[in-house]
Design a protein around this ligand. Sequence first.
Ligand code: SAM
Length: 260
Amino acid sequence: MQKNKEFIMDTKKHNRNIIEQFSKQAEGYTSITSHSDALEKLIKMSSAAGEDTVLDIACGSGIVSCAFAKYTSHVTGVDMTPEMLNEARKLQAKRNLQNITWEIGDVTSLPYADDHFSIVISRFGFHHFLDPFQVLNEMKRVCKPNGVVMVVDVSLPESKIEKYNKMERNRDSSHVAALSLTTLSTLFKKVGIDKLEKDNYFMQIELNEQLQASFPEDKTALKNMILQDIGVNDLGINATALNGHVYLYYPIYIFSGKKP
Ligand SMILES: C[S@@+](CC[C@H](N)C(=O)[O-])C[C@H]1O[C@@H](n2cnc3c(N)ncnc32)[C@H](O)[C@@H]1O
């Protein structure tokens, strides 16, 4: 598809922002406990095993890639932030995994042949993409027929998305937009994957742990915005005070379908 000049400029600026944000977030990213939640669920839903070859889209510090590498023949992790890939290499070495290749690149245009991988997954990437349809289309293109295309991300009711986006853009300026369940379903339909298996879980994270790993322009304003939402839940993350701590519960949805 032909893209106009303005979109290309926006993309360049956005990509610079992604790299800037995740260069800062890289060091602390893997150690956030909740970033390793529900990995077994993803393995199970994708039926990953034996000869499977996996592509992890916007793989970041490699948490998902390393989980899949334990069960499959080979994993390729692709991301545009070098510092995140450095963390991924460290995790791979720690887990003593040989069957992973890390590649630097923009996932809106994948340098792989059609029908190449048997599982193509993206976790926590879609809310950063300017053109999520283009990425999903690429994921489907490089997936083998009957292979699995899986997207895992925060998803909120339409009524909460505007306030959530405002909060999340303050926390991480490279956030584009959370997708509603309807939007996710429509994207899959548009790329030609109709039959979907869906599941969800809540990613619990303690507010101070989240703030420590974030680089907002105004940490106090961000903290206040979340504290004011306790018992209100306009933000959709059900901020809850418990024993002197505040916990956030991000609703994470898993959409998985087979390429026809
Ligand atoms: C929130 S992290 C998720 C990392 C990993 N998928 C996970 O689940 O832990 C988002 C990642 O997306 C990457 N990213 C965002 N847009 C990208 C793009 N267009 N191409 C490649 N990587 C991208 C960032 O560099 C970052 O590492």
